[in-house]
Design a protein around this ligand. Structure first.
Ligand SMILES: Cc1cc2nc3c(=O)[nH]c(=O)nc-3n(C[C@H](O)[C@H](O)[C@H](O)COP(=O)(O)OP(=O)(O)OC[C@H]3O[C@@H](n4cnc5c(N)ncnc54)[C@H](O)[C@@H]3O)c2cc1C
Length: 308
């Protein structure tokens, strides 16, 4: 993954207007639907309910990022609030995870804070939690600052740390006094070696260190990975430290990836949350999934040729 030039090439191609146009036009038909539960809430909600029926909790994400129009951020915020009300109305076991650049971070951090507060309030009213995804490294400081401000009012708010960043251990240490609701991931963006581990083995090692540190302190940790070795390591660590199977941590996986691992964890009694995204702006999300596993690209291209 991290050592491969193909990953960088796919992430770089994601910035090309030509590639975006072509993939956006044909991608849903070619196989984006494997990772994305449709383009609307009406398509998403039955998928979320079906995931609940199969024993999974859900994290809902409306796809989109780097929004530049204030009105658009207000609409997205309202859509998240509507979604949370829909979950509360029919008892869907789901929270929401969103990107701060989707709700205004690139326009004005104050706007992103206000929008995130509205989403947090709607979640609190329905007894749900929210998590703010972690985006490119330029977003880390403003995201953590907004998290801290939200925590002054809300206790149903969480954030994400990426194990490819050198700084994440310090960020975790700084957040621990807040008993954070935290998601740990490896990191999905292209970051330079001046701030991020380039070797996969270093990213994996740091993941385990962050996870052990988080699990050994108060708070709630979402172990978000499809890496079976790390998952088994987490289970062994939790057993050694007599952590309950529910209440202190959960596993999180992305919709459409590592289904057998997700199902086996549910069967073993663990809390497992599927991150299920929907929406029209699925292109950057799809490109990150292809970059993580270039075999997915072959799957995609096979779809293209089969239909040609
Ligand atoms: C619930 C969740 C939330 C996330 N939120 C964020 C976030 O806020 N910010 C962020 O930067 N990143 C986020 N990510 C993405 C994350 O950073 C990684 O890019 C991604 O999870 C791949 O890493 P991995 O932990 O699965 O380990 P890897 O070592 O990459 O993969 C382990 C194994 O998982 C399988 N696998 C991994 N990726 C794929 C794929 N795309 N398709 C098919 N199989 C695959 C393969 O079998 C692989 O061998 C999130 C991931 C998850 C699961």
């Amino acid at each position: 993954m991290f050592d491969r030039p193909l990953r960088s090439a796919i992430l770089a191609a994601a910035d090309s207007t030509l590639v975006r146009r072509a993939v956006t036009r044909y991608g849903m038909r070619l196989g984006a639907g494997r990772f994305v539960a449709g383009e609307s809430a009406a398509e998403f909600l039955p998928v979320a309910r079906d995931a609940n029926a199969r024993g999974f909790a859900v994290a809902a994400t409306i796809l989109g990022e780097s929004v530049r129009q204030r009105d658009e951020t207000l609409e997205i915020t309202s859509e998240y609030c509507d979604l949370l009300r829909a979950f509360a109305a029919d008892g869907t076991d789901a929270n929401v995870a969103f990107k701060l650049t989707h709700v205004g971070l690139d326009i004005d951090p104050e706007l992103a804070f206000e929008n995130a507060s509205r989403i947090a309030a709607a979640a609190r009213d329905g007894g749900a939690t929210i998590r703010m995804d972690m985006e490119q490294s330029r977003c880390v400081d403003p995201t953590l600052a907004i998290y801290r401000r939200l925590r002054e009012t809300f206790d149903n708010v969480g954030f994400v740390l990426q194990s490819y960043l050198y700084r994440s251990r310090d960020d975790l240490l700084a957040a621990l006094p807040l008993e954070p609701n935290l998601r740990i991931v490896k990191g999905a963006y292209l970051e330079p070696p001046s701030i991020a581990y380039a070797k996969k083995s270093d990213v994996d090692r740091n993941y385990v260190e962050l996870m052990e540190l988080a699990l050994s302190q108060e708070g709630y940790t979402a172990i978000a990975t499809h890496d079976p070795k790390i998952v088994e390591h987490a289970i062994a660590f939790a057993r050694r430290h007599a952590l309950p199977e529910r209440g202190r941590f959960e596993f999180q996986l992305l919709y459409g990836i590592a289904g057998p691992l997700a199902r086996s964890l549910v069967e073993r009694g663990y809390r497992v949350r599927l991150s299920i995204p929907y929406g029209r702006f699925w292109f950057p999300y799809l490109m990150r999934r292809l970059a993580e596993r270039p075999a997915n690209l072959a799957f995609f291209l096979r779809g293209a040729f089969a239909r040609a």
